[in-house]
Design a protein around this ligand. Structure first.
Ligand code: GRF
Length: 202
């Protein structure tokens, strides 16, 4: 299976996938990363991809006259690598109709909270501010909402009294990286069906 991974930041989830595939072998893992895309230049996630010798692309909203043109350009940049599965690993843009028309049902996102709690760009901060005792991470298919698609797997992380946002986010990411590697491998090796809000992995 061919994976394209989209990043916007440090890319540690991408790195977890790269390390797993290097350790297990693409054959046994069931997938290889064929390209990494980003919405901005100069991020560690792109440097990680380059160090791994992978093709990269950057699709910036401000380079396009409209958001819709950006969405189409992103879809085309991804499609050029003929992915079976697209993985958003900290990609911080909401994709639109064109992208979903082409990759809906095979576009997976990881979110650092237990959806439907705390969707959006500040899930860790929101859980902390709310006083949640447990939070975690969710791997889900992307639909036309924000962090609302069918849930594939979740991992629970306790919130500690002394936590600040970065400490809690690091603890979440430890779980999230393992969950993403496991889920992507399962989807790639076993195949899956989406039935309403249910994901059935064969
Ligand atoms: C992850 O926790 C992801 O869920 C969130 O941003 C973080 C990205 O981390 N959207 P990294 O770029 O993979 O290190």
């Amino acid at each position: 299976r061919r994976l394209v991974v989209l990043v916007s930041g440090s890319g540690t989830n991408l790195q977890a996938l790269l390390d797993e595939i290097a350790a297990t072998g693409a054959e046994a893992y069931g997938a290889e990363i064929v390209a990494v895309g980003a919405d901005r230049e100069g991020i560690e996630g792109l440097a990680r991809a380059e160090r791994a010798g992978l093709p990269t692309f950057v699709c910036r909203v401000r380079d396009h006259a409209t958001r819709q043109e950006w969405d189409t350009a992103l879809a085309e940049a991804v499609a050029a690598h003929e992915p079976d599965l697209v993985v958003s690993a900290g990609f911080m843009k909401i994709v639109g109709k064109e992208f979903l028309a082409r990759f809906g049902g095979r576009f997976v996102n990881t979110h650092p909270a237990l959806l439907p709690s705390f969707p959006g760009a500040h899930g860790v901060r929101d859980a902390l501010a709310y006083g949640a005792k447990v939070t975690g991470c969710t791997v889900h298919f992307v639909d036309d909402g924000v962090d609302t698609g069918p849930i594939i797997a979740q991992g629970v992380v306790e919130v500690r009294d002394e936590d600040d946002e970065s400490a809690l986010h690091e603890r979440i990411k430890d779980v999230e990286r393992r969950l993403l590697v496991e889920v992507v491998g399962l989807l790639a090796r076993n195949g899956y069906r989406i039935e309403g809000r249910k994901v059935v992995i064969q």
